[in-house]
Design a binder for this molecule. Structure first.
Ligand code: HEC
Length: 90
């Protein structure tokens, strides 16, 4: 699991993500599996996902590649902050 002390996590959580930008990043990278509005296709629906997973859990899910077929992503801290803010709107 990612740690609060991890410099990448710190960099992500120190920014206010933009959910509109996060939605655009999501549509390019994630919607093929999770659906255009994150309502599920190959990957599960992500509705309410931030109630099930903490910000750390969400970052870990995106960058770890531990649950194939979901690939390992390496978004910049800015992009990850945007994605996180979008996921938190679901
Ligand atoms: C190739 C298909 C694929 C792509 C692309 C993909 N995912 Fe996933 N994702 C999955 C699958 C399959 C799971 C379920 C993994 C498991 O738990 O076994 C998953 C799980 C998740 C979960 C956890 C859901 C939960 O209920 O705990 C999150 C959050 C998530 N994905 C976010 C993303 C984001 C954000 C992106 C884009 C950066 C992305 N995914 C791209 C297939 C994909």
């Amino acid at each position: 699991m990612v740690q609060a002390s991890d410099p990448y996590v710190k960099a992500v959580l120190s920014q206010n993500g933009n959910p509109v930008q996060g939605h655009a990043i999501f549509q390019i990278n994630c919607a093929g599996c999770h659906g255009l509005e994150a309502d599920g296709r190959v990957g599960p629906s992500l509705q309410g996902v931030s109630k099930r997973k903490s910000p750390y859990g969400l970052i870990h899910q995106v960058i770890s590649g531990e649950t194939p077929p979901m690939p390992k992503f390496q978004p910049s801290p800015r992009e990850m902050a945007d994605l996180l803010s979008y996921l938190e709107t679901l």
